[in-house]
Design a protein around this ligand. Structure first.
Ligand code: SF4
Ligand code: SF4
Length: 505
């Protein structure tokens, strides 16, 4: 077994364990598949193959994967990106724009804040365009660059590779030491494992609290954290459950989330085409594998470095596999080997199937064009909707359960006026009846101040002399919003009046 190959597993199996492997066999850039088991001295060693999940042993038990350390250009870029994403994630709940949280989905009060824009539950339709735009953006990325999202921006990868795996290395050492520690008696590993698990638990709690900061204002969150859990039982229970899930995920479940749970991982397979840029192995250049200097060998020296660094335990030389999260570890590992051998880099590289086969690349394709159009349609509709968002809502609706009533010689209609301030700060409103002169209107308030996203309802009564009532009459209330800077905003809330004539017609 190679010293640097923590994935090589001693096994008594004579072949793959028949574990279901999603995604089928070798795909893009399929090369000579690795042998699933090899003889190393007296030991039979299991190698990754295309028919089984390497993270599951032939007997169904978990095969813990400890990817070896790797450095290189993609690692440097990736870890800078991870740092930026984690910083944004932790800082965002504390940022304020226009006196409100930069991003807050306050489900309890049904208020949403997005970089100075305020929304209430009635604006939920905005989310459709936002999600559509975001969804097709991911489609474009997947069609062009395969699992770029998974390798560089998915929270699972960002936290696992950017935080948890690093801490694990600091506490337990490099991959081979970690694999050895797995097999060590409990007494020998209790201190290191205990320390690691304690740190993992604290970090899981920090991630959860930051997540909560997107759903409750940070002032409320801080108050909840510093007071008794009995005052915030729902938030406390959520925190405990979410921290527990994150802890189990980042401690134990890890790459299984990408391989067997994540639906987006599977969907991306359907978005690939021969021109999608993926991490792949140049089998034309690499095969036949053999030691450096052997006559007739390709560039692959079969050193297994690309396998040893893979966080999902696959051998990229077997072709594109669903387990590949596009992390580029194998690219950096192989480039390093090629540099030491004085051979050109890029035996394992980002390229398309067409690129690997013919050297030609095609960026603009029909399906990419379609995804781009749909992406801009979603983003454009969302941006347009934002510009059309009303600064306040004023609507008149007939009071529940009432049509009209006859009071002596007058027809009486009752309404409810709903007023919502959608400005990010408080505003003064003036309410004035503006119906025809023969309609007497009584409004529950004439002047009021509403806080941002505050919602008030008033009763509005309308009276019309019975003799003057005719179909088509409407009650009107003019609402003026006092804008401290710029022109006042005016809206007219209107509703039809019902009466004996309107019933006959
Ligand atoms: S790291 Fe490169 S040379 Fe080594 S086995 Fe992988 S592809 Fe071959
Ligand atoms: S095959 Fe390479 S890119 Fe894919 S998951 Fe493994 S190391 Fe990452």
């Amino acid at each position: 077994m190679s010293q640097d190959d923590p994935h090589a597993q001693p096994t008594g199996a004579t072949g793959p364990g028949g574990v279901y492997r999603p995604g089928g066999g070798a795909g893009v850039g399929a090369a000579t598949p690795s042998k699933p088991v090899v003889q190393k001295g007296k030991q039979v060693v299991r190698r990754p193959d295309v028919d089984t999940l390497f993270s599951i042993n032939p007997d169904g038990s978990r095969n813990a994967i400890h990817p070896a350390d790797v450095s290189g250009r993609f690692q440097r870029r990736k870890h800078v990106f991870f740092f930026v994403l984690i910083a944004i994630y932790l800082v965002m709940p504390w940022l304020r724009v226009g006196g409100h949280p930069a991003l807050l989905i306050d489900i309890q009060s049904r208020h949403f804040y997005l970089f100075g824009h305020t929304f209430n539950a009635q604006d939920f339709w905005f989310a459709f365009f936002f999600v559509t735009g975001l969804g097709f953006t991911l489609f474009v990325v997947a069609a062009l660059f395969g699992r770029m999202w998974c390798g560089y921006a998915c929270p699972q990868t960002v936290f696992l590779e950017g935080v948890f795996r690093r801490i694990e290395r600091w506490i337990e050492g490099p991959a081979a030491a970690r694999a050895k520690l797995d097999k060590a008696p409990f007494a020998q590993k209790a201190v290191r494992r205990g320390l690691k698990l304690a740190v993992f638990a604290v970090i899981s709690a920090v991630i959860t609290h930051s997540f909560l900061g997107y759903f409750m204002p940070v002032e409320v969150l801080v108050e909840a954290v510093t007071s008794s859990p009995s005052k915030h039982p729902t938030a406390f229970t959520f925190m405990l459950v979410a921290t527990g899930i994150l802890f189990v995920n980042f401690t134990w479940f890890r790459e299984q989330l990408c391989i067997v749970v994540c639906p987006y991982g599977r969907l991306q397979g359907a978005l690939y085409d021969p021109d999608t840029i993926l991490v792949g192995y140049d089998h034309k250049r690499g095969e036949p594998r053999g030691p450096a200097g052997k006559q007739g060998s390709g560039d692959c020296v079969d050193c297994y470095r690309c396998v040893a660094v893979c966080p999902t335990g696959i051998d990229i030389r077997n072709g594109t596999q669903l387990e590949c999260v596009g992390c580029a570890n194998c690219i950096d590992a192989c480039d390093d080997v090629m540099a030491k051998l004085g051979r050109p880099q890029g035996l394992v590289r980002y390229d398309s199937l067409r690129g690997f086969e013919t050297g030609a690349r095609r960026f603009v394709r029909g399906r990419v064009f379609l995804y781009v159009v749909l992406m801009f349609a979603g983003i454009g509709a969302f941006a347009f909707a934002l510009t059309r968002q009303r600064p306040f809502e004023a609507s008149l609706a007939r009071a529940r359960g009432s049509a009209y009533s006859l009071e002596g010689e007058r027809v009486h209609n009752s309404f409810e006026l709903q007023l919502i301030n959608k400005r990010p700060s408080a505003r003064k409103f003036t309410l004035r009846a503006s119906s025809a002169p023969n309609i007497e209107v009584v409004i529950g308030a004439s002047e009021l101040e509403l806080q941002s996203l505050e919602d008030r309802r008033f009763v509005v009564h309308a009276f019309v002399p019975k003799a003057e009532f005719k179909a088509g009459l409407r009650v009107e209330v003019t609402v003026t919003c006092d804008e401290p800077e710029g022109e006042d905003l005016v809206r007219v809330a209107t509703a039809p009046l019902l009466g004996p004539t309107s019933i006959r017609h």
